[in-house]
Design a binder for this molecule. Structure first.
Ligand code: GLN
Length: 312
């Protein structure tokens, strides 16, 4: 068994020396203020040991990683009704693409592109039996999963995205015309912008993802978060759709279910082995963390953690 702590430290050192860091997202003005020099990595193995390096305890905007938690919340309250409005196919197009929606009658390909996430969030934001605000429900789930009540929404990021989120507004309005979104568009967008603006550290994110590595059960609390079949399915979606039009490339290089966000974070799951969170704000052209992907490739390779390995 490799010494994971030494490996995690070694990868962080290697990433610090990497000259190509990609481009920090600037279409959300508040995200453009974040330094591209940050790098954090947290690996939590099945026994609960936490191996961290770099800025693993610095909070960042989880952005589209929140789409995993919103999906868990929506499946929990609406069950398979989620699949009436969103598909389960890789899109092969950009995360904020509009054109595919018109060609496919307003039904988003999957819950991890923006259109699909908006359709999922609409279910949470506008459900009739909700006893709290939609963002409150998502935040409660994330806090419970991470075992940390200090996790909060970064109000400046939420405001910044709401002020500039014209594409998301277009997607949501367009889906409202098809009935894919049924509630007030403004409410759905408000919850979506706030869920994307949840701020977490790598350590918190890795803790929050542990249930996906362990058949739906959070080993920290022993609680069943989702049934085993649902955990398997969410992992399948993360593997096939979690990196948008770079999902195939990510599976090829890393071989793990994972979800990225334009804040530069990635949550990756090594089923049965570990929950991993990495953060480096510079992005690839497809909007996925450049050094984060490299770090995961190095880690998965060194540990033999690809889901396609025969011994996993
Ligand atoms: N909040 C971002 C957006 O809607 C999330 C996109 C992402 O992280 N890929 O554009």
């Amino acid at each position: 068994m490799a010494d994971i702590s030494a490996l995690v430290a070694e990868i962080a050192a290697r990433m610090a020396a990497l000259p190509d860091r990609g481009r920090v997202a600037d279409y959300i003005p508040e995200l453009a203020k974040v330094s591209g020099d940050h790098f954090g990595l947290a690996v939590i193995t099945a026994d609960g040991t936490e191996h961290v390096a770099g800025d693993a305890d610095t909070c960042f905007s989880i952005q589209s990683v929140s789409k995993v938690f919103a999906l868990v919340e929506a499946l929990g309250s609406c069950g398979d009704r989620v699949w009436d409005r969103v598909g389960r196919e890789p899109s092969g197009s950009a995360f904020n693409s509009i054109i595919q929606l018109e060609l496919e009658q307003g039904r988003p390909r999957n819950p991890f592109i923006n259109a699909g996430a908006l359709a999922v969030t609409d279910l949470i934001a506008n459900r009739t039996d909700s006893d709290g605000s939609g963002i409150g429900d998502i935040l409660r789930l994330v806090r419970r999963l991470a075992g940390d009540d200090s996790i909060a929404v970064d109000g400046a990021v939420a405001y910044s995205e709401a002020a500039t989120g014209f594409r998301n507004a277009a997607l949501a309005n367009y889906m409202r015309a098809f009935g894919t979104i049924t509630g007030p568009v403004a409410t759905t967008l408000d919850v979506y912008f706030h869920q994307c603006a949840i701020a977490m550290s790598c350590r918190q994110l890795a803790r929050a993802g542990r249930f996906l590595a362990h058949g739906g059960i959070d080993p920290a609390s022993g609680q069943a978060i989702v049934p085993p079949e649902r955990a398997r399915r969410i992992n399948a979606l993360m593997l096939t759709c979690g990196h948008y039009d770079a999902s195939g490339e990510f599976a090829f290089r890393v071989g793990l279910p994972a979800k990225s966000g334009v804040g530069g974070g990635i949550l990756a799951i090594a089923p049965g082995r570990a929950s991993i969170a990495v953060w480096s704000p510079g992005l690839s052209p497809q909007g996925n963390s450049l050094r984060g992907t490299q770090a995961l490739e190095d880690l998965a390779h060194a540990m033999g953690w690809s889901v396609f390995n025969p011994d996993v």
